[in-house]
Design a protein around this ligand. Structure first.
Ligand code: ADP
Length: 472
């Protein structure tokens, strides 16, 4: 049951409220007790002062002490209080017990009366189960006279019953208040959490097939609204990623289908007749080998991008000379370009020590040079150069090729995108449209960029920018 937030909220609420109410009740009770006792003592003191004033008055008129005491007691009457006057030896001179008593409570043992007032609490006796409060002082006309001891006492019943009443009130009122607060808290928590429950029910209905659905955002400024908005953004990203994944799968199958069809057709044609010329076999096998090569390249490129997406292709960093890598890749491209009648040239560059993944950067440059050679007709030229700038190195691949149509320029870095028609591609031995996507990923993995700087009928210029240090 405590797995429910609603239950936990209510329990906390009631628990905290119980602590507050208990502390409050206790405080009020103690304050009341102190106040009642003070008022009670003040009442005793007023009576005591009255009695002593009257005794002194009688004494001043020349009456002996016993007469004065008896006269005073005779005249005074307080129904709830017992009055007693003793001589200085604590012998009883006169008394007037309170209404319900036959005699005043006895002077407790060890009481020493002084000119100032003192209070005592006496235990319960047979007459009163609540005990008594007693005020005592002595009185005399002059310091030379023998004093008399005056006491006033009263049952504590009124204080005890008032405090008892307060205890009853608290012991009934606090549980009722807690019960009401608990019910209120439970209802309130339910109401506040209702949107969360609705959201989770809706979220449960959303699956891969209806990722376009969204949670309702009631108030975008409150916490729940923000939660729903964040969830919706997550859904949008997921849906986007799903769509890209689907597109990738569709494009990939499309790319793989053509070479597979060619291979199958070549094999079937060869097998149609029991015997064929050796030349025919050779031709078919050559075609099959070419298509298998193409398949290998596509699958390897797809594998690389898949690993890049999954973040599992970590950079293998080493120190190497960037200018030497540029020369080396230019040489490699030149071998391919030579029989096509295209020249590849690396511009002279200063020595540049660089830290990065040499194999990946080599592949990036080869992809760019390969494209440049592929899309440059015979007689054209390709050049590559590396230039140190203030905080970065700029590698430029320039060709005098056919250029990229304007409508395609924004898309050439997308996966499987090809600007040329399939016929032109076959003639140009084009790839699957993954080369630039991979090259761009490599540049970005090195915290750099790959951009098409310009492209028209005179040729294209691709620029790679790499930060001076990978760590910056
Ligand atoms: P592909 O494997 O088809 O070359 P890329 O991703 O490397 O795929 O290139 C995408 C498209 O960009 C190519 O199909 C081509 O149309 C265009 N392209 C790339 N580089 C050049 C270039 N140097 N000159 C002209 N077009 C280019």
């Amino acid at each position: 049951m405590f797995d429910s937030v609603r239950m936990r909220l209510t329990t906390w609420y009631v628990g905290v409220l119980a602590l507050v109410l208990l502390a409050f009740s206790l405080g009020v009770y103690l304050l009341l007790a102190v106040n009642l006792n003070n008022r009670f003592d003040a009442g005793l003191q007023v009576t005591l002062d009255t009695v002593s004033a009257m005794v002194l008055h009688e004494l001043s008129e020349g009456e002996p002490l016993s007469e004065a005491a008896a006269g005073t007691i005779e005249e005074l009457y307080f129904p709830l209080q017992s009055l007693t006057i003793y001589d200085d030896q604590s012998r009883l001179l006169a008394q007037k017990p309170a209404q319900k008593l036959s005699q005043s409570p006895a002077l407790p043992e060890g009481v020493s009366a002084a000119d100032s007032i003192a209070f005592y609490t006496l235990p319960a006796d047979g007459h009163d189960k609540h005990g008594y409060r007693l005020a005592v002082r002595q009185a005399r006309l002059t310091p030379a006279d023998k004093p008399c001891i005056i006491t006033v006492s009263q049952s504590r019943a009124s204080i005890v019953s008032e405090l008892e009443f307060m205890r009853t009130v608290f012991s009934v009122a606090v549980p009722i208040a807690l019960l009401l607060a608990g019910i209120g808290g439970w209802l309130l928590a339910g109401k506040s959490l209702a949107p969360v429950v609705a959201m989770s029910a809706r979220a449960r209905q959303i699956g891969a097939e209806n990722l376009d659905q969204r949670l309702a955002v009631v108030n975008p400024r409150d916490e729940l609204g923000k939660l729903a908005a964040a969830f919706n953004e997550l859904l949008a990203r997921l849906s986007d990623s799903f769509a890209r994944q689907r597109q990738f799968m569709a494009d990939a199958s499309h790319e793989l289908r053509t070479p597979l069809h060619v291979i199958r057709a070549a094999a079937e044609v060869m097998l149609e007749q029991p015997r064929r010329e050796e030349g025919e076999y050779r031709e078919a096998l050559t075609m099959i080998r070419e298509q298998a090569r193409r398949l290998t390249t596509i699958v390897e490129d797809m594998f690389m991008l898949a690993r890049a997406d999954a973040g599992s292709r970590a950079l293998e960093e080493t120190d190497f000379y960037l200018d030497e890598l540029v020369i080396e890749t230019a040489h490699a491209a030149n071998l391919l370009a030579a029989h096509k009648g295209v020249s590849v040239e690396a511009r002279p560059a200063p020595e540049i020590l660089y830290r990065g993944d040499e194999n990946l950067l080599r592949q990036m440059l080869l992809n760019l040079l390969d494209n440049a050679v592929k899309y440059t007709p015979a007689g054209g030229s390709v050049s590559i150069s590396v230039t140190p700038r203030e905080l970065e190195y700029e590698i430029t691949v320039t060709d005098t090729g056919i250029g990229i149509p304007e409508y395609a320029q924004a898309h050439i870095f997308e996966r499987f995108y090809r600007a040329d028609s399939s016929r032109a591609r076959v003639k140009a031995q084009g790839g699957a449209g993954l080369g630039l996507a991979i090259a761009r990923w490599i540049a970005e993995a090195h915290h750099g960029r790959l951009e098409l700087r310009s492209s028209d009928q005179r040729g294209s210029v691709f620029v790679v920018t790499l930060p001076v240090s990978l760590k910056n």
